[in-house]
Design a protein around this ligand. Structure first.
Ligand code: COS
Length: 383
């Protein structure tokens, strides 16, 4: 068994780490405070090649393996959750469905701009009444002579209402299946289409510098050709996309946990109480040891799941496990990190305060921890 990364993967990790330290870390706190999406850091992340990472060069992508994409996401998350969210949602959820299920014309139309990072695309699954129960979508798409007419709304959609957002893949009820259940299809809707509006949401606890939107479809008309893949395949497409997406959320948990650990270790060695650095007290050293242990285990689990994907092996169960575990590892690491910082950890001046808030999303987004346990339970044959 070979656990070593390739030279290209090591170089990628170092360059993304260096970039994140220099370009994101200094501005992350202020952007979080102002709840502001940064077009400047977006442009720089795009220049670094952080979009279209697993897409073939034919469509303007970087043609990398999934492990590389996950390493890059991990390194951004080590410094800031909001920027990692922009990258993870941009690749897995924005680009993913178009790349996996689009026809040549759709890929050629949308992917080059998305892979260059000059445009972003949303993943329109969640609705006000269809969160965990994702197939209970109420948004309808009716096929008429001149195209689809869409009505309904979506909520909590990342990257959908920035100035460079160019559209969304929307899951819609397009009819009724033979077995009486709703037929669900994915339809591509471009920004600027009459009847479609994406409104930015504010007041978030976490990922405050990422873009989150509510989407409204009011007799929104798009061409028949905007259907993604075969009619009725929408839910499978969304679920398959989420399998890959969950690996990037795992990377956010792993990177965030690593960030918390490094901040906590440095602070514990500097902070002196009772005449010695607080890391010298066994109660604190053990916290740091537990963090290091959990991060090591999480990394092995996540990379193995990515390796399965890269080698065309089933990975749904491992993706759910990695997403769940990495989220919970970051939870424990963020908690320890704030505890080790004492009162200072509760102040915005210290990055651990932001990590502590950002972590919570990982247990909620792209399938709650409870949903991951359902997926795992089913895949091990327990449910
Ligand atoms: N890939 C492809 N198809 C899949 C799939 C996957 N990973 N998982 C399920 N499916 C298929 C099933 O085979 C089933 O097909 P049929 O309708 O032909 O029988 C269909 O999808 C429905 O599957 P299932 O019966 O398991 O659906 P449930 O309604 O029970 O929902 C959960 C299952 C809860 C796991 C699903 O709704 C889910 O993941 N919810 C969370 C959604 C989420 O992550 N939202 C966050 C998005 S924010 S980015």
């Amino acid at each position: 068994m070979d656990f070593s990364l390739s030279m290209e993967q090591e170089i990628l990790r170092n360059s993304v780490r260096d970039f994140a330290e220099k370009e994101i870390k200094p501005v992350a706190g202020e952007l979080d405070e102002k709840e502001e999406f940064s077009y400047d850091t977006m442009r720089k992340m795009a220049e670094l090649g952080l979009f279209g990472m697993f897409v073939s060069e034919r469509y303007g992508g970087q043609g990398m393996d999934y492990v590389s994409y996950i390493i890059a996401t991990e390194e951004i998350a080590r410094v800031d959750g909001s920027h990692a969210a922009t990258v993870a949602a941009g690749n897995s959820l924005g680009i993913g469905p178009l790349y996996y299920f689009g026809n040549d014309e759709q890929k050629e139309r949308y992917l080059p701009k998305l892979c260059s990072g000059s445009a972003l695309w949303g993943f329109g699954l969640t609705e006000p009444n269809a969160g965990s129960d994702a197939s209970n979508s109420r948004t309808t798409a009716v096929l008429k002579e001149d195209g689809w007419i869409i009505n309904g709304s979506k909520i909590f959609i990342t990257n959908a209402s920035t100035e460079i957002s160019s559209g969304v893949t929307a899951l819609c009820r397009s009819g009724t299946r033979e077995d009486g259940r709703p037929e669900l299809s994915c339809i591509l809707v471009e920004n600027g289409t009459p009847g479609y509006e994406a409104r930015e949401m504010h007041g978030k606890m976490m990922w405050r510098a990422s873009n989150t939107s509510e989407l409204y479809f009011d007799d929104c008309r798009v061409a028949k050709e905007n259907l993604l893949g075969p009619r009725g395949n929408g839910f499978y497409q969304m679920m398959q996309t989420l399998d890959g997406g969950r690996l990037s959320v795992g990377a956010m948990g792993l990177g965030g946990a690593q960030g918390c650990f490094e901040l906590a270790l440095r602070y514990s060695k500097e902070r002196v109480q009772f005449g010695k650095p607080i890391s010298n007290f066994q109660v604190n050293a053990f916290k740091l040891a537990d963090m290091a242990l959990e991060i090591e285990c999480a990394r092995l689990l996540l990379y193995k799941a990515c390796w399965l994907r890269d080698n065309d092996k089933p990975f749904s169960k491992e993706a759910a496990m990695a997403k769940l575990h990495c989220s919970e590892v970051m939870y424990r690491c963020a908690n320890h990190a704030v505890q080790l910082h004492g009162g200072y950890g509760l102040m915005k001046e210290y990055d651990v305060e932001r990590f502590y808030r950002d972590q919570k999303l990982l247990e909620v987004g792209e399938g709650t921890s409870e949903v991951q346990r359902i997926v795992i339970s089913r895949l091990i044959g327990a449910l």
